[in-house]
Design a protein around this ligand. Structure first.
Ligand SMILES: [Cu+2]
Length: 200
């Protein structure tokens, strides 16, 4: 289901106001906005849509769930992966009650991203939780299958604003978490998107 497109936030104006107040804006990445997954719908996008409440800043900027790249060796530490190390409400497992995307195991599925800034890309990687995953726990590396079930290498090229990747869904049952990682080529960062899914 495609996300509704809304006008971008006027974050540039906010930053300009801060700069004119004489403060230094320190940031590890030069870009101001980025991207999120809309298929399956991520926790951050459910927040933006108002389907999930009490999300903190993710409600206004689901595209900004960004952390150091190099997952799983580097990147946000365990328990902070879904929030990219900075959006804690996305890490809260909410007792396993996050809205879930219904998927059919073993079937073809098109993963989709909406990009608000199309950064030069190293790769797109999709991880899934192991069998027996406990949805009431915060996401850790140990809870994920060690290899992504889908990886697309872009070799530094700039993607379109709407990105799609077709894949065969893994053979899983019941509730799982899919972690999508967008590895940026020319910064030290990556974008992290967690989607709760229910396989039938
Ligand atoms: Cu960006």
């Amino acid at each position: 289901m495609p996300a509704k497109l809304r006008p971008p936030r006027k974050r540039t104006l906010v930053l300009a106001a801060v700069a004119s107040a004489g403060l230094t804006v320190a940031t590890a990445t030069p870009a101001l906005s980025h991207g999120y997954t809309n298929a399956p719908i991520s926790r951050a996008l459910f927040c933006k849509q108002g389907v999930a409440k009490n999300c903190g800043g993710a409600q206004h900027e689901p595209q900004s769930i960004e952390g150091p790249k190099g997952f799983p060796e580097r990147g946000p530490r365990d328990g902070t992966i879904c929030g990219g190390g900075g959006f804690a409400p996305l890490d809260d497992p909410r007792g396993g009650q996050w809205p879930a995307n219904k998927l059919t195991a073993g079937q073809s599925f098109t993963f989709r991203w909406t990009l608000t800034a199309a950064h030069a890309t190293t790769s797109w990687r999709y991880f899934i939780t192991k069998d027996g995953w406990d949805p009431t726990q915060k996401l850790t590396r140990a809870a994920l299958e060690p290899q992504p079930f889908l990886q697309i290498n872009d070799g530094g090229k700039r993607p379109p604003n709407n990105v799609s990747h077709q894949a065969t869904l893994p053979n899983k049952q019941g509730r799982h978490l899919i972690l999508a990682v967008w590895d940026i080529h020319d910064t030290g960062n990556a974008f992290y998107q967690c989607s709760d899914v229910e396989f039938s």
